[in-house]
Design a protein around this ligand. Sequence first.
Ligand code: 26Q
Length: 821
Amino acid sequence: KWRKFAATEFSTKDEFQKEVVKHVETTLARSLYNCDELAAYSGVALAFRDRLIIDWNKTQQAQTFVDQKRVYYLSLEFLMGRTLDNAMLNHRMKDTAVEGVSELGFRMEDLIEQEHDAALGNGGLGRLAACFLDSLASLNYPAWGYGLRYRYGIFKQEIIDGYQVEVPDYWLDFNPWEFPRHEITVDIMFYGYVRKSTDENGQTSHVWEGGEVVQAVAYDSPIPGFATSTTNNLRLWSSKPSSGEFDFQKFNSGDYESSVRDQQRAETISAVLYPNDNIDVGKELRLKQQYFWVAASLYDIVRRFKKSGRAWSEFSDQVSIQLNDTHPTLAIVELQRILVDKEHLEWDEAWNIVTQTFGYTNHTVLPEALEKWSVPLVQNLLPRHLQIIYDTNLFFLQSVERRFPKDRELLSRVSIIEESNPQVIRMAYLAIIGSKKVNGVAELHSDLIKTTIFKDFVTIFGPDKFTNVTNGVTPRRWLHQANPELSKLIADKLGGFTFLKDLTLLNGLEKYADDKEFQKDWMHIKFRNKQRLAKYIKDTTGIVVNPSALFDIQVKRIHEYKRQQMNIFGVISRYLAIKKMTKEEKKKLVPRVSIFGGKAAPGYWMAKTIIRLVTAVSEVVNNDPDVGDLLKVVFIEDYNVSKAEFLCPASDLSEHISTAGTEASGTSNMKFVLNGGLIIGTCDGANIEITREIGEDRIFLFGHLAEDVDDLRHAHRFGKTEMDPALRQVCDEIEKGTFGDPGVFSGLIHALTDGGDYYLVSDDFASYLATHKLVDEAFKNEEAWAHKCIMAVSAMGFFTSDRAILEYAENIWNLEPVVVA
Ligand code: 26Q
């Protein structure tokens, strides 16, 4: 069915083997006799890399030749995970390769495990960027990603004595997937001052004379599409001292230390990813990262545009730039600066170009996550940019004033500058004002931003500027790669793997939902995936879990709004119930394995306390002879993309239980359902649309609605509520010391009581427990359960990231595909 693409295929297994061996012997200079798994992985990776490069070159040439619009996806995070397996599958060469390495004496699974995750992201936002790159290439869109090449990605999490410990993630030791482009460099300026200069025609312009200069070096990675030759580019910038900056004079004259200090100062910019998810940290180094990456990327984009020789008025016909959250908002200011200060366009002409070029995606309504930068900080680091921001604000407020005269309140509400002490720049407002379109990431979320945080801007710009693009996930990685057996079972029924490129075809499964044979095969695959996870749990933690038990999984960043605390309180409640049960009652109970995983930001004390409670409860419950197999609690260390790939296929139930209105979308909810698991969740983010697609009978919804949240919080603040009795019992048990020193957990209890229970755990607790009872009942009927799962998967077509990218391309970017011959 798939077009053969001659240049990139190994025609035979023998040819593949020959190339692997050649790379091991020559590129790696190893003999086949001491070829370990790492060397074998490297050889296989290099053999595939050769294929990728050929398609990559072809693609870049074709895209340059047709001279159409390109989209540039600016993201400080790209959570790519591993590359080899994905590359083999996208090229549809995995079977050949598996056979080839097996004859060389290796198992492909072991080789794949040698690869280090590229973990240049925190969570959902970074993984979304990675799924989007996969879809852009698979749909033949001309697109580049731009990001930072962090030396250290998200930290590795170790659990020591039940506590999270952070260990640096040095991932660049051997990375065959990146190509340094030492010839592609940009000098980036910081600090200094602005001088006004007047030319011979009496025109004044602004000249920014910098203090520090740092060099950006490009590193490129190929992004192969699925079953197409299109291979796009991900360009990550690395920082080093600019040639002028590293002082050889100092170095040679013996002032070695200070010259090394200069070098380190420059390299610090791209040294480490900030490990915060959904929380703003106003650190200068973070702002330096943002400007460094944005300025290098824009220089690159503008340089490419200028080569085409077109007029500036055509810029936005050739270039769309998507801002992944407010992190790259300085790009708006930087493009205005380039056009006005360097290219000498009039302000208004330049601003028109800018506002036709950018799109801004919002990923959060949490107030603590909305970026704000202090004016004195920006004044010092980027003096010319601050002037441009002030001018932008002035012209914007003047236009608002003209349309809404005398509404001074409105002016202060929408001002880019917040009049606090010190003044701060509201980056989201700047992003809205500088963009053509603003989108949220799920329907509820897009509605919420229009009616709450950005309400005034809807009044000012009209509703059409604001739109929704519901997130999606790539079915290549999250079904075909993560769950090959299920993918194959589906393909057998649907007559091939075409559904991986048109996921709505999954609806063809509907007619097999009642088929007993199919249900059996389906549940068998689920069982084997659970066995594989059970083995992993045994090997890594020593905990023995029964693969027939109901596997209940919550894996995501640890955050109070995601309410892992509610989950573990629920587990404690179940434990207390089991302790009181008779033998007969126990016989009727569905055995459970409660699995947690996720990282806490290193400075987020409450999140760390939640992890500590999970590990403390697991210690007690797993060793209680009264409980036996009926309940096990597991914390999976160092949750990352690769671990998600084997956890998603192994869940019966996954938890997406954020306080309504707080989780913008969520994307793991989509991954779990796509792998034949059911969801327990709140009416939040994409859960709502998932329910609409798959049907209310195939999801376990509970809890209050987003519209109730304000009133409930108000009631707590004025002490008008009593704690839910079941939750009260749980708290009492913790305070009695059942799970160790209660002082350790007092913060968690306090948040529910004096803290005003901001995340409404108590309000939702009864409904949460009741819904878990329904889950238990439903799980007892295996056929009905299988039916639900199959029906759910058949209706998941909407949640492919291909659909999301098509919507961006048509409604926001106006982008056409380019087919590579
Ligand atoms: C901001 C300032 C300073 C340092 C760090 C940050 C920062 C970093 C990461 C702020 C936010 C993030 C990440 C946010 C994120 O992952 N949001 C998630 O995005 C997903 C994709 O749209 C959604 O599905 C999730 O609901 C949303 O939480």
